[in-house]
Write a protein that binds this ligand. Structure first.
Ligand code: UDP
Length: 413
């Protein structure tokens, strides 16, 4: 069997307060036909990035609804993760080589993992390109059981054709595919069912739950951040698509007018992301010893509570992505009534209505300009912050996503 990720229990009733009683009732009803059903989610890492973040809540809630849900991990290798990271970047449009050797490495791992996939589930949800090819191998090796859903979390609005052409036939073996939004759908996808389901955040996770200011201040103090001075924060993997260097450029422009400004750049390093280390070093070099740029990682014990405290204490949240599947961090900031200045790309556009629930920017200059506006206008922070919270409450809390999944599963039965 593939290794199983432990998941803590979650009580759906606890969500009545943040999400509303109607939403909880609707979800219970949608889950009724699935009592006792078995659902297996498979991805490649239990830590780092949005997918692992989502699954913890998703699995906990499914179990509370009487669904036997599990989360298991495929076993990769350094070479495999280098290839799948290239595939990820290529599917987001990067012009990078995709070689016969990479295909070999990829399929070798699929063949090694496939026999360990338990065949007794009713539904399989396969996340992203890393485990995507499992189904092809399973079909060659044994009778295919259950319904198979491929959940693509990445921004495939303009993929590198060579890489998409490699993966498309594997995708087309599935019963259903989930994209985050319509813009990411590709014409080569011909599966019985295509669904558009955006990710969501868990209002009760350690990352999003209410923290009293004293706790947040204690965290800031611990990391040497001054709570009396303005703070701009970007939380994201060290990855060129997240553009941390662009964020530093924007900060340097704003800093001329706001010399007190501090920039907090928080990034986790996941074991399936070999590029992360390299990019962390590049960011560190770009910082050029500026003490007001706080570059922090999970290795300095920046976990969910700390991220929560940084987001909550920020004057402005930045997510200057150049491509973005969704950007959970955007909803995380909005839920904390913050103005998020986000790249005008992918899933960020689902969350931020420019000037209403945040700001969308297309360049470093625009990013600097909007950060400056947010810093100088408390009224704007109040107005947009409140609208942002309500947008997330209505559209981007976990229960909605789970209901969408159940609707899709129902359509496959
Ligand atoms: N995250 C974190 N610590 C970090 C970097 C990221 O906890 O140092 C979390 C972040 O709060 C969010 C998730 O990882 O919940 C990233 O998801 P997102 O959709 O923003 O981006 P992805 O990494 O999936 O591209």
């Amino acid at each position: 069997m593939l290794p199983t990720v432990p998941v803590s229990p979650i009580r759906l009733d606890d969500y009545i307060e943040p999400a509303g009683e109607d939403v909880v009732k609707r979800l219970r009803k949608a889950a009724e036909p699935f009592k006792g059903a078995r659902v297996l989610h498979i991805n490649s890492t239990a830590f780092g990035g949005g997918v692992s973040e989502l699954l913890l809540t998703h699995l906990g809630l499914m179990r509370d609804l009487g669904i036997e849900a599990n989360w298991q991990l495929i076993q990769g290798s350094e070479e495999f993760f280098a290839a799948t990271k290239a595939a990820h970047n290529g599917l987001q449009g990067a012009d990078i080589p995709w070689t016969a050797h990479m295909e070999q490495v990829y399929m070798e791992r699929m063949r090694a993992n496939a026999p360990d996939v338990d065949g007794s589930y009713d539904f399989y949800v396969i996340h992203d390109p890393q485990p995507l090819g499992l189904l092809e191998v399973i079909q060659e090796q044994r009778r295919r059981e259950g319904k198979w859903i491929w959940r693509c979390h990445i921004d495939t609005s303009s993929p590198n054709p060579k890489i998409w052409d490699y993966f498309a036939p594997k995708v087309n073996l599935y019963d259903a595919v989930i994209f985050t939004m319509k813009d990411f759908e590709q014409p080569q996808v011909s599966v019985p069912k295509v669904a558009f389901i955006s990710p969501t955040i868990d209002p009760l996770s350690m990352k999003n739950v209410y923290l009293d200011p004293d706790t947040s201040y204690a965290v800031l103090r611990h990391y040497g951040i001054d709570r009396h001075r303005p703070i701009a924060t970007q939380v994201s993997r060290f990855d060129p698509w997240k553009d941390p260097l662009g964020v530093i450029d924007a900060y340097r422009i704003v800093k001329k007018e706001w010399p007190q400004l501090q920039l907090v750049l928080v990034g986790s390093l996941a074991h399936d992301d070999p590029q992360g280390w390299q990019y962390l070093e590049a960011t560190e070099e770009y910082r050029r010893g500026d003490d007001d740029i706080h570059l922090l990682t999970n290795f300095e014990h920046v976990g969910n509570l700390e991220v929560n405290a940084f987001q909550r204490s920020s004057t402005v949240i930045v997510q200057k992505s150049l491509r973005e599947g969704f950007g959970l961090v955007v909803s995380e900031g909005m839920w904390k009534k913050k103005v998020v200045v986000g790249g005008n790309v992918g899933g960020i556009r689902l969350q931020l209505s420019d000037g209403e629930t945040g700001f969308l920017v297309d360049s470093v200059d625009e990013c600097a300009d909007r950060i400056g506006r947010v810093l100088s206008d408390p009224g704007l922070r109040y107005r947009i912050g409140n609208a942002a919270l309500e947008r997330v409450r209505g559209e981007f809390l976990s229960l909605r996503e789970l209901e969408d999944y159940l609707t899709l599963m129902e359509s496959l039965r």
